[in-house]
Ligand binder design. Structure first.
Ligand SMILES: NC(=O)c1ccc[n+]([C@@H]2O[C@H](COP(=O)([O-])OP(=O)(O)OC[C@H]3O[C@@H](n4cnc5c(N)ncnc54)[C@H](O)[C@@H]3O)[C@@H](O)[C@H]2O)c1
Length: 387
């Protein structure tokens, strides 16, 4: 009998990140980041561990923090063992998180890899001359950084605005992982349930499609009338906001906006409604205002599930998943988006950072999409592996 080896989840993820494996091998000899420091602020979970290891293999000193709530201790231990300097802990305390962001920027990295604009926002307040530029992963980060272009004046490539990220991660993978997270957190059925999705951008479209495929009756609330029309023509119900909330067994926010669900909606929720957010910041559902409302008689917390239940004066219950944090990276055994989708997105990250490090972008490329040649290269390489 052959030996049975014990492997970890990070090993499993590494095995599935086949694009990053190729890049890691190439970077080990080309060393595009030799003598450079890369500061990173992105969820510290297994797929990011593979990305950070890839950057490190390219000669970079990597100093890393995470995002609110999503830092996984197993990943932190792995990164430390692989020569990455981690300045982060699992926290939902914004002040603790801010301290770690300041620590990263104080290292004066040559490149920043950001997720949500956290690091570039600190840089804009405390600039230093050596920054070459970097990348931003998300829609929310792009929206935050666009008004800061005058202060930033560095090449910043927005991974989110690559068509590959749009369809591979936002549409397909976020839909699947938010659906998986609903099942994982609640263990409730989807069949015949009325699900309302707020936002019909790339992520919302995937979420709506996944719940429809699981036999839910899905409605969409979308601020942009053109996208609302698209949802309508895709066969989703597009009721007025208040009606959509009144009928919903499950409400999912996917907008990148703030206070999409507010305390004023407490009058509207159906008894037993489940509120879940997939947007980057934990502010799409105004959880504090909901829990502090005078309409709430008492609260129960299912600690091991990370579900809080508001019991209202009139006997209705409203359940909030993981305090409104991004559900697919929260709660028990958070898996995040599929390995293949993140392999694509993180291959874009690695190539974009290489592009900036090599001086191929200028300060005019401040908060712009991924160059088309990088998209084409990643697409060709992925197809060569998988088709
Ligand atoms: N959970 C994840 O793994 C994950 C992955 C990628 C992106 N995200 C995040 O998900 C969010 C959405 O991303 P996206 O790529 O779909 O963005 P997007 O800009 O393509 O779509 C957002 C949509 O929400 C709509 N909207 C805004 N405010 C609204 C409101 N109050 N009510 C109804 N609709 C409203 C907008 O009109 C837009 O169509 C962002 O915060 C993004 O950072 C999360």
């Amino acid at each position: 009998m052959t030996d049975l080896q014990t492997r970890t989840r990070i090993d499993w993820v590494s095995e599935g990140c086949r694009l990053l494996a190729q890049i890691e091998q190439e970077f080990s000899s080309t060393k595009p980041f030799q003598d450079l420091t890369i500061g990173t602020g992105i969820h510290l979970e297994p797929k990011t561990a593979v990305l950070l290891r890839t950057l490190h293999s390219g000669g970079a000193r990597v100093v890393a923090t995470g995002n609110l709530n999503s830092t996984q201790p197993e990943t932190v231990r792995y990164l430390l063992e692989h020569g990455i300097e981690v300045m982060a802990e699992q926290t939902i305390d914004q002040e603790v998180h801010d301290l770690s962001l300041n620590q990263i920027v104080a290292e004066k990295p040559d490149l920043l890899l950001d997720n949500g604009g956290d690091l570039f926002a600190v840089y804009a307040e405390t600039p230093y001359p050596g920054l070459l530029g970097g990348t931003e992963e998300t829609t929310s980060g792009r929206m935050r950084l666009e008004p800061m272009r005058t202060e930033l004046q560095r090449p910043i490539l927005v991974i989110n605005d690559s068509p590959i990220k749009q369809f591979a991660e936002n549409r397909h993978a976020v839909g699947q992982s938010m659906f998986e997270s609903y099942m994982r957190f609640t263990n409730r059925s989807t069949n015949g349930k009325r699900v309302t999705v707020f936002g019909y951008g790339a992520c919302g479209r995937g979420v709506a499609a996944c719940f429809r495929n699981a036999h839910s009756v899905v409605s969409v609330v979308e601020a942009d009338p053109v996208k609302a029309l698209e949802a309508h023509l895709d066969g989703f119900i597009t009721p007025h906001r208040s009606e959509a909330i009144r009928n919903a067994d499950v409400i999912v926010t996917e907008t990148g906006a703030v206070n999409v669900i507010s305390a004023e909606d407490l009058d509207r929720f159906k008894d037993g409604a489940i509120l879940m957010n997939g947007g980057h910041f934990p502010t799409e559902i105004a959880v504090g205002d909901l829990t502090d409302s005078a309409l709430v008689a008492c609260r129960d917390r299912f600690d091991d599930l990370e579900i809080e239940t508001l019991r209202l004066d009139d006997g209705r219950a409203v359940h909030i998943i993981s305090g409104g944090h991004m559900a697919n990276l929260a709660g028990p055994r958070p898996l995040g988006n599929s390995i293949e989708s993140m392999d694509l997105g993180f291959a874009l990250q690695a190539r974009c950072l290489e592009y900036v490090a090599q001086g191929n972008a200028t300060s005019a490329d401040c908060v712009v999409p991924v160059p088309a040649e990088i998209d084409a290269r990643i697409a060709r390489e992925y197809l060569a592996i998988h088709r």
